[in-house]
Structure formats: structure tokens, C-alpha cells
Design a protein around this ligand. Structure first.
Ligand code: ADP
Ligand code: MG
Length: 529
């Protein structure tokens, strides 16, 4: 095993090999030579195998080539990000102009034209359906200190793969069970029903605040007969069949819910901050923002009293040819369930970062025999390395990179790694995460530019601070990612403008946010109840 070779011996070999080829060059020349060399695709067969050979200087040289190529291809200098921002703004405008106007952004009309004001009162419910579990919750607004009541329900496989009515009857049954435990203080007034915000995290074509058709099931669901049908109607009918006095008042997605939660927090804080944008960085990624109705030519309805409409961008679909993609991204895309789609999402969301890193490590194993004469079998297993592993390795603060060693060993079956090798793995994680974070930052700046909040106050733009509400496991649990993303936003906006942009974590949009939107769009105007 290479681990038997002392790290300083490896160091010496690497230095020696590099020294031999670049001895006569200046530091600048060395760098440009490395760059030139890395332009050539390295295509070297795995070393055939004598244990002591595998970390010969040339192997490390090859590893350095691969790494240098990765650094260069993933580089996101400000000028590139500015050009991406311009592309984003053009696509946003095209998507707002007409249905299907942008090849990248759907710019979905959410029919949410008002955000919570803080004056909401009463008991509201939320149903969060988007994975193998769904959550039901009740939130009581206007009662300080009252905590939401939750219930999590798993969905049996046979329901996920079953028939349309069975699914909605199952959900209605669980909702009925939930309310059956409530005492009479929660019962609706005569003539009224309990109101529910429905977070439905599958692709839908929304037709009003309380209707939308499922385009197609994803994430393991394959319920027959739902595609093309209105999911709100389906749930309302199932609740009626069940004799449940509940009705859906708002059909939302998690970005809109996040905007709602942050908006309520801002109105309570009363500092005049305006929540304009929300971004989810979780398994997938998306953003929504508050757009002026006058900037939405494809909106054909009456002008909402707020003058605004929240637009869900589906920003994961951005696919500009300027995006810094690599052979690893292309290979990942090719074997994905949706090749050629969601290119932006595949560069930066939690579902993919781990596998991009795995693919780089695999190439290093194959072409530089980085982990020994044979390729560690686990490296060949798609998605074995998750984004939480990447963040854990990247943020390992121990002097001997213990966590890196542990993950390499436990997850990838690569045991007894040297410190140099662990450092190299950390560098791969860092390059991939930094690219992702800076692209997310550019996405935020793209929206700020679209709504004119990327400028200083002196030119007539709003004097309020702009809040960008963030949610999702990737953002929440990866501090270095957050820091890189914020740094990119500051770099692109300049520090003076950036001071007026608050990027803040805002949790549970898909639960509390949905209940809030049900309240804001109440059919019974039950404020004061
Ligand atoms: P979802 O997007 O499925 O609604 P979350 O918002 O909870 O769910 O995000 C989950 C995703 O967040 C996971 O797929 C994972 O990629 C990412 N994630 C979870 N924990 C971490 C972590 N510690 N570091 C980095 N990413 C994480
Ligand atoms: Mg989520």
C-alpha cells in the first residue's frame, strides 16, 4: 500500500520529479507551463502495479495535472460571473415575456400576490408533500408563544405506486386523524372550514392560488391517474369523501413558503427590511422572487392590488454555455434521469456535489493511481459519496484531517491514507464546493439586478434593505459553502451595495410558510378568530 511509503518520501519524489522538468524556469513560467500541460487531456493508463511504484513522481505529477485542470475549469472569476448574471437577466425577461419564452427558466406564476403582513390570526394547517414522508401541521397565528403542532406520516410504497384516489384518500384519512385529536377550541366556526396550505413539491402547472395540475411525478412516486389532474381538487374531493371540514386555500412550493416565513419575521422585526428573494439549496435548488406585475407581459389576469406577483423561477434549468462545466459534470449529466436538463442544478445542489467529487477522485485513482495500484471498488459506485461527506471533509479542522481519513476509509474503503493525500481530497472538495457556492451567489445577484436592487441607493433604488431568505440542507449545514456564496455576492455587488442585502436562513417554509400563505389567502377572512 502507498500508505506504507512515508509521506516525506512521497513529497521528495514529487518535488524531485517536478524539479527535474522545471528547474530552469521562473515561477510565472512554471505556472504557465503547468497550465499548458494541463490543457492536454491526461490519458495515462493506471499504473500496472508494483506497490512501491505507484507513487512515483510521475503519478503525483499526473495527479497535479488533473487537479490543475480542475482548478482551471472550475474557476469562477468575477468577470465570468458578471457575464452569467447578464445571461440570467436575459433569460428571466424572456421567460416573463411569454410561456416557454426562455429555454432555461420557466418563470412560473405562483398566483401569490400578497405576503403575510403579521396581522394573520387563527389556526391554519399545512400539508407538506414532497418525499417519502408527508407532514401535517397546525399553526396558531396571533398567539405569542404557541408552537406549531406537527405530525409526520410515512407513505407506504404501495400508495406511492398505487392509484390516484388511493393516495388522496390516504392523505385525507391522516388529516382526519390529526384533527380528531383536537379539542373544541380548534373547531371552525359554523359555515367555515379549516384552511390548509398545501406544499406540493412536484412539477405542477399552477392555474390559481388554489389549483394546479401535476405535470409528472418524480422522486419515486408513480401514482396512476394523477398527471394532468388538479391536485387541489383531488385533495378537496378526498377530504369531502371523508367528511372532513377542511379546504385547501393555497397551493405553494417551498421557495414561496420560505419567502412567506421570512416576510413575517421581517414584518415583526419592523426594521423596514423587504423580503424580495428566496432560494432553496437542498437536494435540488430553486429560487423565487417578488416581481412587479408590469414586468410580466405573460400575465393576462387583473392587476393584483399589491402590484406584484411572486415568480418561481425554476432556476435549476439555467444552461448558459458560459457555465464552467467539466468532463465530470458531463459524465454525471449523461447518466442522470434527465440528461441535458437542470444543468445549473447539477453544478450546485446537494444531490450532485458528492458525486462530482467522487468522479474526480475516480479519475485520480485511474490515471494517477492515487489510491494504490488498483482502483478502490467503492469509487465506482455512483452517489456513494454524499454532499454531507464533502462538507464534512472540507470542513475538517483537525491537524491530521481525521474526518477525511475516516470518510475515505468508511465510505470509500480507502484505508491508511497519508496526510498529503487527505489534503488533496480536501482540495477537490473545496474546488467543487467553491464553484457551486459562487454560482449560487451569481444567481442571487442575477435576481437583484433584475429587480434593480444591485445598485447603490443614490440612484433612486429602494432605501430599504433587501432580504434574501435561504433554506435547504446544503445551505444550512455547510458553513464554508455559505461563506463562499456570500463572499461572491459581496464581490459582485461591491461592499457598499452588499451592506443593504441581507442573506439569511429562514426555516420551514414548506410547513409554517404554507400555513401562513393559507392564512394570507383565507377564504373566510378569519382574522380575529
Ligand atoms: P430537500 O431539499 O430534499 O427538501 P433538505 O432541504 O433537508 O431537503 O436538503 C437535504 C439535502 O441537503 C441533502 O440532499 C444533502 O445533499 C444536503 N445536506 C444535508 N446535510 C448536509 C451537510 N451536513 N452538508 C452539506 N449538505 C448537506
Ligand atoms: Mg425541502
Amino acid at each position: 500500500m502507498h500508505a506504507n511509503v512515508q509521506p516525506h518520501v512521497l513529497d521528495m519524489r514529487m518535488i524531485e520529479s517536478v524539479n527535474n522538468s522545471i528547474r530552469h524556469l521562473s515561477p510565472t513560467e512554471i505556472r504557465s507551463k503547468m497550465k499548458r500541460r494541463s490543457l492536454r487531456r491526461v490519458s495515462i493508463k493506471p499504473s500496472s502495479g508494483v506497490a512501491n511504484d505507484m507513487h512515483s513522481g510521475s503519478d503525483w505529477d499526473k495527479a497535479e495535472f488533473v487537479l490543475e485542470e480542475l482548478r482551471r475549469q472550475c474557476d469562477t472569476p468575477a468577470d465570468l460571473l458578471y457575464r452569467l448574471v447578464e445571461d440570467m437577466v436575459e433569460e428571466m425577461k424572456a421567460g416573463l415575456a411569454k410561456e416557454g419564452g426562455s429555454k432555461d427558466y420557466k418563470m412560473i406564476l405562483t398566483y401569490v400576490d400578497k405576503l403575510p403582513s403579521g396581522k394573520e390570526r387563527g389556526h391554519f394547517y399545512a400539508l407538506d408533500l414532497g418525499g417519502t414522508n408527508f407532514r401535517v401541521l397546525r399553526v396558531s397565528f396571533g398567539q405569542d408563544g404557541s408552537t406549531p403542532v406537527f405530525q409526520e406520516v410515512s407513505i407506504p410504497q404501495e400508495i406511492m405506486l398505487g392509484q390516484h384516489e388511493e393516495l388522496f384518500d390516504y392523505i385525507a384519512g391522516k388529516l382526519a386523524e390529526f384533527v380528531s385529536k383536537e379539542d373544541s377550541s380548534y373547531h371552525p366556526r359554523p359555515g367555515c372550514k379549516r384552511e390548509l396550505g398545501f406544499t406540493f413539491s412536484f412539477p405542477i402547472k399552477q392555474t390559481s392560488i388554489d389549483s394546479g395540475e401535476l405535470i409528472k411525478w418524480t422522486k419515486g412516486f408513480a401514482v396512476e391517474g394523477t398527471a394532468g389532474k388538479d391536485v387541489v381538487q383531488a385533495l378537496n374531493e378526498a377530504m369531502e369523501r371523508r367528511g372532513l371540514d377542511m379546504v385547501v386555500t393555497a397551493l405553494v412550493n417551498d421557495t414561496v413558503g420560505t419567502l412567506a416565513v421570512a416576510s413575517l419575521a421581517a414584518s415583526k422585526a419592523d426594521a423596514g427590511d423587504e423580503v424580495m428573494i428566496s432560494v432553496i439549496l437542498g437536494t435540488g435548488t430553486n429560487a423565487c422572487y417578488v416581481e412587479s406585475i408590469d414586468a410580466i407581459p405573460k400575465w393576462k389576469g387583473p392587476k393584483p392590488s399589491s402590484g406584484n406577483m411572486i415568480i418561481s423561477m425554476e432556476w435549476g434549468g439555467f444552461s448558459s454555455s458560459l457555465l464552467p462545466r467539466t468532463q465530470y459534470d458531463e459524465a454525471l449529466d449523461a447518466v442522470s434521469v434527465n440528461p441535458g436538463e437542470q444543468i445549473f442544478e447539477k453544478l450546485l445542489s446537494g444531490m450532485y456535489l458528492g458525486d462530482i467529487v467522487r468522479r474526480v477522485l475516480l479519475r485520480l485513482a485511474e490515471e494517477a493511481a492515487l489510491f494504490g495500484p488498483s482502483v478502490p471498488p467503492n469509487l465506482l459506485i455512483p452517489c456513494i459519496l454524499g454532499t454531507p461527506h464533502v462538507s464534512c471533509m472540507h470542513q475538517d479542522k483537525s491537524s491530521d484531517l481525521q474526518e477525511v481519513g475516516r470518510i475515505l476509509s468508511n465510505v470509500l474503503g480507502i484505508h491508511e491514507t497519508s496526510l498529503e493525500l487527505r489534503k488533496l481530497v480536501v482540495e477537490v472538495c473545496s474546488i467543487i464546493a467553491k464553484r457551486a457556492a459562487r454560482l449560487a451567489g451569481a444567481g442571487i445577484v442575477g435576481i437583484l439586478r433584475k429587480i434593480g436592487r444591485d445598485r447603490s441607493k443614490h440612484d433612486g433604488s429602494s432605501s430599504h434593505r433587501t432580504v434574501v431568505a435561504m433554506d435547504g440542507g446544503l445551505y444550512e449545514h455547510y458553513p464554508l459553502f455559505r461563506a463562499e456564496m456570500k463572499a461572491a455576492v459581496v464581490e459582485l455587488l461591491g461592499s457598499e451595495v452588499a451592506e443593504n442585502v441581507l442573506i439569511e436562513l429562514s426555516k420551514d417554509g414548506s410547513g409554517i410558510g404554507a400555513a401562513l400563505l393559507a392564512a394570507a389567502h383565507s377564504k373566510y377572512s378569519r382574522y380575529g378568530w
